[in-house]
Design a protein around this ligand. Structure first.
Ligand SMILES: C[S@@+](CC[C@H](N)C(=O)[O-])C[C@H]1O[C@@H](n2cnc3c(N)ncnc32)[C@H](O)[C@@H]1O
Length: 222
């Protein structure tokens, strides 16, 4: 796994085994400043690159597909962006083993694969287990933003998030201010598909587990 993870920042690419864990994000974006925002599964990366170009913060994206990662890397390098870090890797592994904790002001998850077949539901991102990993990225007061066109998946995600004691959750009615954020959102809005959007704020200072995720964990000492 570790050998397949790539990290691109400030015109250079690194293999994960050449870097320290958790990643020293400050060193990767030397000279840049401002709050961090993270996008998980950035696809073609249009939104993330646009945000980084506009400035006013630092941005990090995680994407499993090598083709999409390379597209973002090319855009970031050709624009000489020093406030954008792109990671090619599996999001749960990256959240668990690679990224520091509580560094992000916002985490964005837009149109994650819905895995519609029941036997694949456990692969869905933002179930009670992956949610706890995502929340570890957020500083207290940080926000998690989510959108999907798969309404059953969206309602299930909403139910899971609303059961989390660290979150203050709301449905976002209508489009985001500023219009569609990602390629999928632009396409689905054009097609007139209903989209479920959520915003959750981490309201607790101390880390808290999701009650459903916690059930399977047993800790003991002698
Ligand atoms: C349906 S696309 C949405 C892309 C983009 N967020 C958008 O809205 O245009 C889902 C993206 O998540 C990525 N993805 C799926 N599983 C992933 C995982 N476990 N870790 C990281 N990225 C993943 C896919 O490669 C794909 O680019």
């Amino acid at each position: 796994m570790i050998r397949r993870v790539r990290v691109a920042a400030a015109g250079e690419e690194h293999r994960l085994d050449q870097l320290s864990a958790p990643l020293d994000l400050g060193a990767l974006t030397a000279g840049a400043s401002g709050p961090w925002e993270v996008e998980l599964g950035f696809g073609r990366g249009t939104w993330l690159v646009g945000r980084a170009e506009a400035g006013g913060g630092r941005f990090l994206g995680v994407e499993l597909a090598a083709t999409y990662y390379k597209i973002l890397r090319r855009k970031a390098f050709s624009r000489r962006l020093t406030n954008l870090v792109a990671i090619r890797g599996e999001a749960q592994y990256v959240l668990d083993a690679v990224l520091p904790r509580e560094f992000a002001r916002a985490v964005h998850v837009y149109f994650p694969d819905p895995w519609p077949k029941a036997r694949h539901h456990k692969r869905r991102f933002l179930d009670s287990l992956s949610l706890d990993l995502v929340l570890r990225l957020l500083e207290p007061g940080g926000r998690l933003l989510f959108a999907t066109d798969h309404l059953e998946f969206g309602e299930e995600t909403l139910a899971g998030l609303s059961g989390h004691p660290a979150l203050d959750l709301r449905r976002v009615d209508g489009p985001w201010p500023g219009g569609p954020r990602t390629n999928y959102e632009r396409k689905y809005e054009r097609e007139g598909r209903p989209i479920l959007r959520l915003e959750a704020v981490r309201v607790r200072e101390e880390p808290v587990f999701h009650p459903a995720g916690e059930r399977e964990v047993v800790a003991g000492w002698v």
